[in-house]
Write a protein that binds this ligand. Structure first.
Ligand code: RBF
Ligand code: MG
Length: 314
């Protein structure tokens, strides 16, 4: 597996390749299926498999706001790497690049530079200047330049009855707090990443539940509330309970993402980066009449989480 973060890093040209291209935000099961089909086709022709993706998101590069990303650059690359394709190109999407006419993109990059013999893309794939390139154009150019165009059907979403898995659907589920539905689409839990920063030092001292306060690195934040989570830090992987919101019991109105790690975890993790896998939504945040009531409730949240983890197969 070779990763290129700029096309200029590739000396010379490649040959006999099967390529899939997309933004692949979230690297969901639909994307994963495209990667597997790319690998399969490459084996069939004794060639190499290539994933091409972009960063930043094209809409951002063009100065539009764009959706909150499910996976930022590094996580997206890590997840694509799990697919075991031969080459990953994570190319900078710039305003200049956006001006590339679709035919130039096909001729200069895909065919001349990367030696494309087959391309595998989703049914709605559009590309090039003004998104003028489409599957029809690919097929026409494919006849001239001797590559095939493979367009797999959408993967059915048996849960909602809609006929495709999409990044848009996944974003909505996360924002609605429907996190336990996520593994069905991502093949993993939704994960947020961030750095542990100093909080108000109230959790441990006043409540009896020390929390790691997280400065979010990710863009997509689950709906406010309390969640059962699995925390990955340098020390290992631990169950935890997280609160996302404004802690309405207190009147400071400060947005925080806090995690209390279970089983007496007491390592100093200030300043380190942690990953929090969001497993299940437990409840809404509530304004309690006092610290004792809040503390009682957190006890219950922890019990529920421990039960949940007993039932989880790793
Ligand atoms: N604060 C609230 O005001 N209402 C809540 O319902 C609430 N639930 C929480 C649940 C968990 C599992 C944790 C770890 C924290 C919760 N908090 C809640 C935040 C709590 O007030 C905060 O951790 C302390 O004030 C320390 O910053
Ligand atoms: Mg804290």
């Amino acid at each position: 597996m070779k990763l290129f973060e700029n096309i200029n890093e590739l000396n010379g040209t490649l040959e006999n390749s099967v390529i899939t291209i997309g933004n692949f935000d979230g690297v969901h099961k639909g994307h994963q299926a495209l990667f597997q089909q790319t690998i399969k086709k490459a084996k069939k022709i004794n060639g190499i498999s290539i994933v091409i993706t972009f960063d930043p998101h094209p809409l951002r590069a063009l100065g539009k706001s764009g959706p909150p990303l499910i996976t930022r650059r590094d996580q997206k690359i890590e997840l694509i790497q799990l697919a075991n394709v031969d080459y990953i190109f994570c190319l900078p999407f710039t305003k200049e690049f956006a001006q590339t006419p679709p035919k130039d993109f096909i001729h200069n990059l895909l065919v001349a530079k990367l030696g494309m013999k087959a391309i595998i893309v989703g049914p709605d794939y559009l590309f090039g200047k003004n998104r003028e390139g489409n599957i029809e154009l690919l097929k026409k150019e494919g006849e001239k330049l001797d590559f095939s165009v493979i367009v797999p059907e959408w993967i059915n979403d048996t849960k909602t009855g809609t006929n495709r898995i999409s990044s848009t659907l996944i974003r909505k589920l996360v924002m609605d707090g429907m996190v336990s539905d996520i593994p069905e689409y991502l093949g993993r839990y939704y994960q947020i990443r961030g750095k542990v920063i100093r909080g108000r030092n109230r959790g441990g001292r006043q409540l009896g539940f020390p929390t790691a306060n997280i400065k979010l690195y990710d863009e997509l934040c689950p709906k406010f509330g309390v969640y059962a989570v699995k925390v990955e830090c340098a020390e290992g992987i631990y169950p935890g309970v997280a609160n996302i919101g404004y802690s309405p019991t207190f009147d400071d109105h400060i947005f925080t993402i806090e995690v209390h790690i279970l089983n007496g975890f007491s390592s100093d993790i200030y300043g380190t980066r942690i990953r929090v896998n969001i497993i299940e939504r437990l409840r809404d945040e509530k304004k309690f009449s006092g610290i004792a009531e809040l503390s009682d409730q957190i006890h219950k949240d922890i019990e529920k989480t421990q039960e949940l983890f007993k039932g989880l197969i790793e």
